[in-house]
Design a protein around this ligand. Sequence first.
Ligand code: LMZ
Length: 166
Amino acid sequence: MAVKGLGKPDQVYDGSKIRVGIIHARWNKVIIDALVKGAIERMTSLGVSEKNIVIETVPGSYELPWGTKRFVDRQAKLGEPLDVVIPIGVLIKGSTMHFEYISDSATHALMNMQEKVEMPVIFGLLTCMTEEQALARAGIDDAHSMHNHGEDWGAAAVEMAVKFGK
Ligand SMILES: O=Nc1c(NC[C@H](O)[C@H](O)[C@H](O)CO)[nH]c(=O)[nH]c1=O
């Protein structure tokens, strides 16, 4: 019996009235692109209009917290406020402690960012020990052993914006 993972949603949420921001790092592009695509596909399948999905990028995952804050502020100033934001990054362990420090600090910063931007900030940071783990979680490993986690993040974004939006 499959125990781990996201269960079936308690209901299908209508995303037709929300605007979503995706801000993604540019490290590990092949994996990032698959995750972003999965999030967009799931959100559009839940009624979010493509014109209401705004995409921005930052160099790496370390820049996601500050980039998220400024992205949200900018969209509000433009008169196109976001209802939810999905920061997406892929961290893969190397031979130093860089991975640990960025993973931990970016995770805490993104969690706390919700209070600052007063909207849901979906946790789209993959923190993987190997490239194979990252490929599997983006649904692009040879065995297609796992589903694309970007789809889960898209579904969470719609649910959180609809249920707990302003
Ligand atoms: O080192 N590995 C990674 C990484 N490093 C760059 C860092 O996020 C930042 O952009 C620079 O330190 C400049 O501030 N950024 C990632 O998204 N994934 C990684 O796997």
